[in-house]
Design a binder for this molecule. Sequence first.
Ligand SMILES: *Cc1c(COP(=O)(O)O)cnc(C)c1O
Length: 372
Amino acid sequence: MSLPFLPFTRPSIDEETIAAVADVMRSGWIASGPRVLAFEAALSDYCGGRPVRVFNSGTATLEVALRLAKVGAGDTVITTPLTWVATANVILEVGATPVFVDVDPVTRNIDLDRIETAILPNTKAVIPVDLAGLPVDRDRLDAIAGKHNLRVIEDAAQSLGASWNGNRIGSTGDFISFSFHANKNLTTAEGGALVLPTDIDPGLCERLRLQGVKRFPDGGMDVDVLGGKFNLTDIAATIGLGQMKQLAGFTTRRRELARRYFSRIDPALGLGLPVADFSNSNWHMFQVLLPAGADRGKFIAAMKEKGVGVGVHYPALHLFSLYRAMGFSEGDFPHAERIGATTVTLPLFPSMQDSDVDRVCEALAASLSETV
Ligand SMILES: *Cc1c(COP(=O)(O)O)cnc(C)c1O
């Protein structure tokens, strides 16, 4: 008898949260309202009391952060080519130009040693990404940004629950953006949140979120800035509130599962392993690099045949057609290209059993022998 298919990720929504969502749906108020305010308050609490505003996606959150940082036409923004394409798309969306910096082959995050040489006179901001939940070194990053007067918009879509030297991601730094997409460590189905720095008016952030509308006590309104349509619903916020209660447990369980992967993966397979960090990382993903010569397509198919789902996060984004058309090509960022071409994401989610890790590791060894 074969075991049920094991996906690479799966959200954990408890019955209490499902019941709370049903209550909201019966309440007569399902769009943005009191549950959104309560979710923002809970996130603010988590982030050491900093102001937080929620959005309908992490992408919207990043875009509004760029607008709040006054990044636009004629500006450049430094980021990594090894991320979900949203990170770079938002730079184009506000009319600015991305400047990619290759990744550190060990952490797979933006190489901090290379940022300073990429800074141009028109560089306004840097968007670091905590790939797989492993944080970029915040001390070094903030020192570089401070020295060159750059705004930092942390793309922490994958690192809610992670920390840097004892500080929760979101509690320190300039702008911090989170995503609550279904695959992220805390989900609202779709959603995002922005932690604001002290020099930014939360009211302006709210107007950029919803059509630029400013309401007055007498019922009148004005529009003084071009805002988007990025508000979160009370239904989604209710899922988020339920997830907040489970976040610490999720992170603990993910770290246990990651440890088990390290103890079970046979070093003789020649896989490139992630950094074994069990204090900072939230283990959003467990990613291994296939050995030279392995055919990734065949490997993924062989895993699937054995009942194991595998993801690819992500091909180096400067090689997508849109970015090639801007002049990027092979060889520009060799580490990101090699990692992007060989990376696979193994199953890791809080409701996985220890035995599931063992099953993945068995499938891994068998699939590799079939595909090298
Ligand atoms: C998920 C993700 C985003 C975008 O978030 P959405 O909520 O899907 O819009 C941006 N950057 C990274 C690194 C992500 O993983």
